[in-house]
Design a protein around this ligand. Structure first.
Ligand code: ZN
Length: 135
């Protein structure tokens, strides 16, 4: 990911928060933040922040290598149904691929995505991790 610092700053909310569009006409939520409801076309919408919690619906394990992801392979890419009823895809971290299960509770957290070079910007973004149960 290469972009200027100013562009990255302007887009930071979409990189660091799970933002949803909640329609005031039909009441449905959708992922991502936008000006128009994708279901009914209404522009009477509000942007809300998701809890970032949900459950794994399905997942796949990727061994596809790029210039910037070699240290993270294999990647677990999950389809997550958020508590708000919205489906999103994202990388699942802090879990071995063999431990991933459909229905697993996950939450969105900030994790490193990439860096421009060894001395450049380090980019962070949202990824999912299993929810840690506390007693
Ligand atoms: Zn709507």
């Amino acid at each position: 990911m290469r972009s200027s610092i100013s562009i990255f700053w302007r887009r930071k909310d979409s990189y660091y928060k799970v933002l949803l569009t909640r329609c005031k006409r039909c009441g449905r939520a959708s992922f991502f933040a936008r000006d128009v409801c994708p279901y009914c076309g209404s522009s009477d919408v509000s942007i809300v922040k998701s809890s970032g919690r949900g459950r794994v619906v399905s997942y796949t394990v990727s061994y596809f290598r790029t210039d910037s992801n070699e240290e993270y392979l294999p990647l677990v890419i999950a389809l997550v149904r958020l508590d708000e009823g919205v489906y999103v895809t994202g990388e699942l971290r802090d879990v071995e691929p063999a431990e991933v299960r459909e229905g697993m509770e996950v939450e969105a957290v900030l994790r490193r995505y990439s860096s421009d070079d060894p001395y450049g910007l380090i980019y962070y973004g949202l990824k999912f991790i299993p929810v840690i149960k506390r007693c």
